[in-house]
Structures are given as C-alpha cells and as structure tokens.
Design a protein around this ligand. Structure first.
Ligand SMILES: [Zn+2]
Length: 321
C-alpha cells in the first residue's frame, strides 16, 4: 500500500478525504508522524512514534548474517532492556513537547473497555488499568496506546476540548471500540460527533492482513457492510461452508497441486473509518496515514511480519496554558 506521501490524483475517495499529507517531523533524532488536522489544533499535543533512532538494539538476521539495528522500542519486551525502553519513552515524550505531562498508559487486552482519566486520579498502585481506550477532557495528561500492526486512533473534540486514544486491532474493531470511546465522550463530556477529528495512524494494511474464515464470519455477523472491508471470497468464508472443492483429499489431486485455500484480507482502516462515520463523525473529519506497518518495516514495527520486534506509541494530550 502506498503511503500518504505518494500522490494520488484520480481517486475520488482521496479527494473526498481532502487528506493533507501526514508529515514526519524530525525532533531529537526521532521522526514523529503527525496528522495535520490535529497538528493544527494549538491546544493539543500529539504524535505517532516511528521505528528509527532509539537506544534499543534489535537483532535481525539477513542473508545468514546477524546485524543489529538501533530502534525506538517503546514497549517492554524480553529482547530489550527496561533502561532502553524508558530512555526511548523519555526521548519520545520530549520530542512531542510533552515534558511535564503525566503519561497515562494501559494494559491492553484487545477489549472494548474505555478508561476515563482524571488529573486527580492517584497513580495506579500496581499496574496500568486493563483497557484499550483512554478518554479525558483535562489538561496535562498524555494518553498513550501501544501498537505494532493494530490501528492507533486519536480523537479530538474541537468544541468541548476532549480527547481519546484508542487501540483497535481486529478484535477491538469487531467490538466497535472506536465507536464506544466516542459514545463515552458524548456521555461524559457532551461531545457531538460532528465536532470530532479522527486520526487513524499506521497499522497493518489490507495488502498484508490475511485472516482466517472465523474472522470473516464474525465480521459478517456483526456488520452488514463488512463485505466492503474484505478482499477474497467473502461470502463463502462468511457462510462457513467448507467448500469441499479445495480440500485436497476430496479432489484427489496430488500434493502440491491443490487449489489454494481461500484467503481473505481485512482492511482495518476502512472498517474503523466506516464505524466512526456511521457513529456521526463527518467523513471529511476522518483521516488516515495510509502507511502499512508490514510493508514499511523500515519505518514501523510489524508484529505480523517480524514476530520479535518493538512497539510504537500513539499519544495525545491537552496542553496546559
Ligand atoms: Zn502491506
């Protein structure tokens, strides 16, 4: 999938989005990906981290050679030291100009649980709360979610000055976590969807996100429009008919000559876009980076592609004036 930096002239969908290019801002030796419509809001601090430029050393095997790469890993992992991760996080937050903000993270569990953050909350005594979205309307708090293929979504209500950071992989998307976070903002802060800007950061693109029939069936059961988000034999996979034609033992074909097992590819960006738009956010207010994490492992981490890899963060906060 082409990144947003590649020009598309003819696509009507692109024109409708009026997508200004997402920019990679250089700061403190890092590259911070910014969504232009959020960067324009002076009361907001935001950014999506990228791969290059950190203190962590990720080993890679290429052409039988072992090499090590310096990366900005922001998630604790067995292959990395706690020291490096903390140093990377400090550097990332400084590059966002979020110094002095209290960082609020989560133990992400691919759920639809939304956590509301207040500046008066005491520090969590043991661990971060288990949830997959954070919302607040208070300043001085930096809401962060961690990703490596799942779609990070940032919301900003321009009128009520409220924000959300959401982690939406295929399970979260299936559970409509972005819509639920928006609903919670409506309830808690009086947010009206038409005032909300949504920025969908880098996640795995449809080009690389192969899913099994069970995922297709679950989406088909929950979303009438799900067919539009998949490439592949959606209907037969959704019906769950194990089409015997491709089963090698029935077709009696010699090994290696079976027709390929049907596969489907899920477009998480399209799904979240559609869910947010159905929830009332004008489609012109919904922006996506169009980077595929699995295609662009030079710039991002991809769990699907690499297995042993780092984590990125999407962060948003309301400035203190
Ligand atoms: Zn891809």
């Amino acid at each position: 999938m082409n990144p947003a930096v590649a020009k598309t002239k003819s696509s009507p969908r692109k024109r409708l989005q009026k997508t200004p290019r997402w920019s990679l801002r250089q700061a403190r030796g890092l590259q911070i990906l910014e969504a232009p419509p959020l960067a324009q809001l002076d009361w907001i601090v935001h950014g999506f981290s990228t791969r290059p430029g950190g203190a962590s050393e990720l080993e890679r095997h290429r052409d039988g050679r072992k090499t090590s790469e310096k990366v900005l890993n922001l998630g604790f992992a067995e292959w990395d030291s706690r020291e490096h991760v903390l140093k990377n996080r400090r550097n990332f937050f400084a590059a966002l100009n979020a110094n002095g903000m209290r960082v609020i993270g989560l133990r992400q569990i691919h759920s639809d649980i939304i956590h509301i953050v207040h500046s008066t909350d005491s520090e969590p005594s043991v661990d971060a709360p288990k949830a997959d979205a954070l919302i607040t309307n208070e300043s001085g708090l930096l809401l962060v979610v961690q990703v490596a293929d799942c779609v990070p979504i940032l919301l900003a209500d321009k009128k009520r000055r409220a924000i959300a950071a959401i982690h939406s992989g295929w399970r979260g998307t299936l559970q409509r976590i972005a819509e639920k976070a928006l609903g919670r903002m409506q309830m808690e802060f009086g947010t009206r969807p038409r005032d909300v800007i949504a920025a969908l950061g880098p996640g795995i693109g449809q080009c690389c996100f192969e899913v099994g029939p069970e995922v297709v069936a679950e989406y088909a059961a929950k979303f009438p429009e799900a067919r539009e988000w998949f490439k592949g034999p959606f209907d037969s996979l959704a019906r769950g008919d194990n089409d015997p034609n491709w089963l090698p033992w029935l077709t009696m074909r010699p090994p290696g000559h079976q027709p390929p097992e049907p596969r489907a590819y899920l477009d998480l960006i399209a799904a979240n876009r559609s869910i947010l738009s159905a929830a009332g956010i004008p489609s012109g207010n919904i922006f996506s980076s169009d980077f595929c994490t699995a295609c662009r492992t030079d710039l991002f981490f991809s769990f699907r592609r690499e297995r042993v890899t780092g984590r990125m963060m999407a962060a948003i906060g309301i400035r203190r004036f």
